[in-house]
Structure formats: C-alpha cells, structure tokens
Design a protein around this ligand. Structure first.
Ligand code: 1HN
Length: 359
C-alpha cells in the first residue's frame, strides 16, 4: 500500500519529533491509517488485467509438458496455471480464481490426493479418461463438467491411447486468503478397473429432470451430482432458445437437490450466443474465467477487444465493463466467485451503455 508524507514537515511545529514518532510507530509494528493511500478506493480498482490465453499456444505447451515432465508424487498433476499479468507473478488467473490447462497422456495416472480448495474440470480434448471422486468413477468427455469438490479424494486415469486436455478451475486464491489450505496424499494404488460410463452420482441424481431419489441425502456442501454432460448442457441451451431467449441463452450448473451452485465458492455457467448477438455491457463485483468451447466470438473487457477461437481462455476482473458478441454460434463455459460475493452481500451488478473498443 502506498504511503504518503503527512503532515508536511512545514505544517508541523516539530518535524524532528514527527519523524521520530513515525519511526517509533513502525518499530512497534503499527501503521497509521492517515498514511495509507488506496485503502478505500471509491470503486474497486482494476487489479487483475483483462487477459486472454490462446488455445493454440496453450495446447502446444501442454503437449510439450507431456513429453518432458513426468507426473509423479510431489507434482501430482501436469498443470499449466494461468498467471494474470496484473497479479504480482502469482499463478492466479484472477484475484479469486485459479485456472489452468491440464494434460494427461495415454496410460498415465495422476495419483490420489485431496485438498480443501474445490476443483472442477471442463474437458477440451480427448476421450476415455475417468476420475475417481471419493470412490465414484466419473468418465470424462469433451464439453463435460466434472466436479472434485473440497476435500473429496480424486485421481485421474487415462487408460486410452490419446491424451486428454482439460481446463481446471479452483478456488485456491480464496482459500489461501483465509489460510485454510489443507492437503493430503491418497493411497498409491494404481487401480485400472473398468469404468461404468455412468457414475453413481449420475445414476442417482441425473436419472430424469426433476426426479430425485426419495432417499436423497440432505444436500451436502457441494452438488450431489458430480458430472454434467455436454449433451445435457446442449439440450438445455437449445430449449432456452426455443423458449424465446433472444440469441443469447445461459444456464447455471446447479445441485439438483437444492438448486445451489455446484460448490460453495464457485458458480459455473454455460452461455450460447447466436450470430449477431451482443450481450449488454455490464460490470460486477467478483471475477470470472471463461473458456471458449466452440464457435467464434469477441469479448470486450474494459475497452479491450479479444477475438476468441475454440479453447481460448480469458479472465474478467472484478468491476471491469464486459460484453460478448458472436459472429458464429458460440458456446462459452464460465467459472466465477459469485456464490462468495452473494453470501457476503458484496455482489453488485451495473448495466452500462454499450462500451466502445479502446484503440
Ligand atoms: C489439482 O489437484 C488438480 O486434481 C488440478 O487435477 C489442478 C492446481 C493446484 C493444486 C491442485 C487435479 C490443481 C490441483
């Protein structure tokens, strides 16, 4: 935090005593409020920067990591984290969210562990991988959202012949800010059991829309359903457009037993824009990471223009004016910290006049 000189040496009867006072205050591990600038900005300053990571480059580097870096205990995961250039060199996509691309090669297993930060995967490429979440084998295919919530054991298996690449979203910066990170290794067994294509969580909680098992457990701290399939997301978006949504449809991934967000810290949503769509320019408190799944679109963030191709990822900082437009049918996946801002009564949204691209 910036400090200033106050009062000016000319405005104080005894400048030497003032200097001595400040030295003593610092020595006592104290800081005067009146010396701090920027503690209470009128509106949230842009801290992270609007930023885009291009899939072509991401993919090439992830493939190289697969050739050069084994997954062993210690690293556990072959993950390239999105480091926002505004974020003081930290491996965080935004001030509250971790985003990354993960690569799991054919025949590889990423060993079991659990941690208090909650995690999710949005699959971009490959087939045949499955993740064991608290003993429930969950298969993974492109466009699927798979959850590994806080403190759930998880390990990833790729018994197939092609690599898989996926987007990882985690709440690490938030859990870190509260000094609540715990981590434990799981057992080192390399199970390679055959996987049922349908996890137990889906058998119980995705049988049919609106129908829950009569003995559904009380809602846990995260969604009872651990996998949201591309075909279901696609159908939900198609139907919203049929129901009259105009060129932009969006769904929120919810716990079927409660309607709550998938995790206490993270909201996931999927957006579909049809050609010619432009969303209103809005800004909101809290940040988000977006993954382009298909199509071609443009994000305008605080006047900066980012053209998007499939696989491109971008970060939207808190309170940055943001809108999307599309020239082709486009699907975008998004993670945000909205549940936390809402729980803390800090959520604010403002609709602005359509922003212009800054040259
Ligand atoms: C982790 O456990 C996974 O399980 C992915 O796939 C990304 C980033 C930081 C810390 C743990 C995973 C992670 C991670």
């Amino acid at each position: 935090m910036a400090t200033r000189r106050f009062p000016a040496p000319t405005d104080t009867p005894d400048p030497a005593a003032l200097d001595e006072f400040y030295a003593d205050v610092a020595e006592a591990d104290l800081q005067p409020l009146w010396m701090q600038e920027g503690l209470m900005p009128r509106t949230p300053p842009l801290h992270d920067v609007p930023f885009r990571w291009r899939w072509k480059r991401l993919r090439a580097l992830a493939v190289r990591s697969g050739e050069l870096v084994p997954i062993d205990r210690g690293g556990d995961r072959r993950v390239l984290a999105f480091a926002n250039p505004g974020g003081d060199g930290l491996p965080y996509a935004t001030s509250t969210l971790w985003g990354a691309v993960q690569y799991l090669g054919p025949g590889e297993v990423a060993p079991a562990h659990h941690h208090t930060p909650g995690a999710l995967r949005f699959v971009l490429e490959g087939n045949g991988v499955w993740t064991l979440v608290n003993g429930d084998p969950v298969s993974m295919s492109p466009g699927d959202l798979v959850l590994t919530p806080s403190w759930c054991w998880h390990e990833h298996h790729n018994p197939g012949s092609e690599p898989m690449l996926w987007f990882d979203g985690l709440d690490i910066p938030m859990v870190r800010a509260m000094d609540a990170i715990f981590f434990e290794d799981g057992p080192d067994r390399m199970t390679n059991r055959a996987v049922d294509p349908t996890s137990r969580s889906e058998l119980r909680y995705a049988g049919a829309p609106g129908l829950l098992p009569l003995d559904a457990e009380a809602p846990p701290a995260h969604s009872s359903l651990l996998a949201y399939r591309r075909a279901d997301t696609d159908r939900a978006l198609t139907r919203l457009l049929q129901a009259g949504a105009e060129r932009h449809a969006a769904v929120r991934f919810a716990d079927p037993t409660s309607g709550a967000d998938v995790m206490p810290t993270i909201r996931c949503s999927m957006h579909r824009l049809l050609p010619g769509a432009r969303t209103p320019t809005i800004r909101r408190t809290g940040s988000s990471i977006w993954v382009t799944y298909s199509g071609a679109a443009t994000a305008l963030i605080d006047g900066q223009r980012f053209d998007l191709e499939p696989g491109d990822v971008f970060a939207v900082p808190s309170w940055a004016p943001f809108d999307l437009s599309a020239t082709e049918p486009t699907d975008l996946f998004s993670v945000s910290d909205a549940p936390v801002l809402e729980a803390m009564r800090l959520a604010r949204t403002e609709t602005l006049p359509a922003q212009q691209e800054r040259s």
